[in-house]
Design a protein around this ligand. Structure first.
Ligand SMILES: C[S@@+](CC[C@H](N)C(=O)[O-])C[C@H]1O[C@@H](n2cnc3c(N)ncnc32)[C@H](O)[C@@H]1O
Length: 291
């Protein structure tokens, strides 16, 4: 699977419990890891729709899942738009979100997601979108960059990092991931930390460029509407703000008796999975069932 190991796979399958002839929606199909396991359990009578806003990931999923031909439909879209996509009364037995990005996207330098590989400051999931990380870093006001680093990165050294960025961009535009990584590295004191000093800055920029929290806030209520009775929605998040949003949305809809929360506290990866797949360490799974 080109290096991407699906996170919390056994747990997702056991909560969604895919049924023969069931209809499923994978809102973040990525490399198709979770979808493959769902498809295996629902063919020949069932169907799965896979959404991704990244055309390259959809191409990869199509290649990897070609054996499921007529049982699979792929759509390029932001999952914020599911109510417009499914407006003809389609309903699902299970809906999955595996948020964030794939290993495949991280390791492609030209996508600009990672400070471990050099590339342009891009970070867009949808390459047709206009806003890039380059635009934000070079054109946004200092206050806006500070807000992004604080709100989305919970970056303690936001002030220092912003001052360093503003100083550098006055001299010449900051164009590449490694340029930005060096600026952040120099700006942050006490480097002997468990995580690289640029981790939070890169994560915060990616969330801002792709409006990730806005999309999640918009899609969750729509997903709940699209579920059949007793259908389940499962969300894997990797960031505390995402997890909080999932938790509060589920609670709100539980209060109005539309869903029942199946996971009172989030399910996390086992010790074994954490060892095999370091990306799983921050994963949190929450599941709710339509009443
Ligand atoms: C962690 S990967 C999913 C991996 C997948 N579950 C697998 O096992 O291969 C997340 C995927 O969601 C996509 N994505 C992120 N935000 C999205 C959004 N708002 N709408 C649609 N796709 C999105 C990314 O492009 C990426 O391919």
């Amino acid at each position: 699977m080109l290096g991407h190991i699906p996170v919390l796979l056994d747990e997702v399958i056991s909560f969604l419990h895919p049924e023969q002839k069931g209809t499923y929606l994978d809102c973040t199909i990525g490399a198709g890891g979770h979808s493959r396991e769902i498809l295996e359990r629902i063919v020949p009578g069932g169907s799965l729709v896979g959404i991704d806003q990244d055309k390259e990931m959809l191409n990869l999923a199509e290649k990897r899942l070609k054996n499921y031909g007529k049982n699979l439909k792929l759509i390029q879209s932001d999952f914020a738009h599911i109510s417009e996509i499914f407006k003809k009364g389609e309903r699902f037995n299970g809906i999955l979100y595996d948020l964030g990005l794939c290993f495949f996207q991280i390791r492609q330098g030209e996508r600009g997601f990672s400070f471990s590989v050099d590339g342009p400051l891009d970070m867009r999931f949808n390459q047709k979108q206009e806003l890039t990380a380059f635009e934000l870093i070079n054109k946004a006001s200092p206050e806006e960059i500070r807000r992004i680093l604080r709100d989305y990165g919970e970056e303690y050294y936001a002030d220092r990092i912003v001052s360093a960025i503003i100083r550098e961009r006055k001299l010449s535009p900051i164009r590449t991931t490694l340029q930005l990584e060096k600026i952040v590295f120099r700006a942050v004191p006490g480097k002997r930390k468990r995580i690289h000093p640029a981790t939070k800055t890169f994560q915060a920029l990616r969330i801002a460029v792709n409006k990730e929290l806005e999309s999640l806030a918009k899609t969750l209520p729509e997903a709940i509407k699209l579920l059949r009775k007793k259908g389940r929605v499962a969300v894997i998040s990797f960031h505390s703000l995402e997890d909080r949003l999932v938790k509060t949305t589920f609670r709100k809809f539980e209060k109005s008796k539309l869903i029942k929360v199946i996971t009172p506290s989030p399910v996390v990866a086992t010790q074994m999975e954490r060892c095999i797949n370091p990306l799983s360490r921050s994963a949190k799974l929450r599941v709710a069932e339509k009443e």
